[in-house]
Design a protein around this ligand. Structure first.
Ligand code: GLN
Length: 268
């Protein structure tokens, strides 16, 4: 069968973006000059059939292809680690901006997952940095190792339940994408991803609040804290800031639909 015939038969099965992604991964497997007019061999047919079957069961395409793009870079992912999201690209862009415009040296990517934030900062910063990435999940750290090695960037990994693995370290910038989905919302496609990376308890704010309560002990004077948050967490966060007076709010970060998806805080 030619690739174009396979595409004709299966076009309806896939969302367009996922089909494009699948085609780019397939083209990487083939030699240069392979077009949709070429014949698929048996191993291509087996591969495409297994992708189609898993996809039809609802598996996220990133898990099936073991890959996701983030900030224009390819990252290795596998079931058991969170798939990076576009909203985290916006958070990362803000973090890079803070790094590039301020005298920042020590940076921590807390709850790093596959370490996409740390790696993008390491690759794109306009200065050399001491970058750390931490997570409670051993699997996330193993996947991080793979990604860090493949980009050959100097990111140091630490296994830590939030800040419990840190002692005297202090950072100019901590950026965190903690679990913040309300428990009741973890269903559908989210149920394929690790609960430990998503579940922020009843109102989704449990880990965000823990981070806010503790991050200041690990920030240098006037240090920055950037946290990705749920679209409905702004009120809770505002109340925390007013009640504690630990941080100043520098900026709310919005996504392209104008939902608040993060905040930049600075130690007073
Ligand atoms: N951004 C993810 C979502 O809304 C959640 C990620 C997280 O909990 N850190 O699906």
């Amino acid at each position: 069968m030619k690739l174009k015939d396979w595409l004709n038969v299966n076009r309806e099965v896939f969302a367009q973006r996922d089909l494009n992604f699948l085609m780019s991964v397939l083209m990487d497997r083939k030699s240069a000059g392979f077009t949709d007019d070429c014949m698929l061999d048996d191993s291509d047919m087996d591969y495409l059939l297994s992708v189609k079957n898993l996809y039809s069961e609802g598996y996220p395409i990133a898990y099936i292809l073991r890959q996701e793009q983030f900030f224009g870079l390819d990252f290795f992912v596998e079931p058991g680690v969170l798939i990076p999201r576009p909203e985290t690209e916006i958070i990362t862009e803000e973090a890079l901006d803070i790094v590039n415009k301020n005298s920042i040296n020590f940076v921590l990517d807390l709850c790093c997952g596959i370490s996409c934030i740390a790696i993008v900062i390491a690759k794109h910063a306009n200065k050399s940095l001491n970058i750390f990435a931490s997570d409670i999940s051993r699997q996330a750290l193993m996947v991080s190792r793979k990604n860090i090695d493949s980009y050959n960037v100097p990111v140091r990994l630490i296994r830590s339940d939030l800040f419990s693995g840190f002692r005297k370290e202090s950072f100019d910038l901590i950026v965190a994408n903690p679990p913040y989905v309300e428990t009741d919302y973890i269903k559908g496609s989210l149920s394929f991803e690790p609960r430990i990376a998503l579940d922020g308890r009843s109102n989704g704010f449990y880990f965000i609040e823990k981070i806010l309560r503790n991050a200041h002990k690990y920030l240098k004077s006037k240090g920055y804290l950037i946290v990705e948050i749920g679209y409905n967490h702004r009120g809770l966060l505002n109340r925390f800031i007013e009640n504690t007076g630990i941080y100043d709010i520098v900026k709310w970060i919005k996504d392209y639909s104008s939902y608040t998806r993060g905040v930049i805080l600075r130690l007073k």
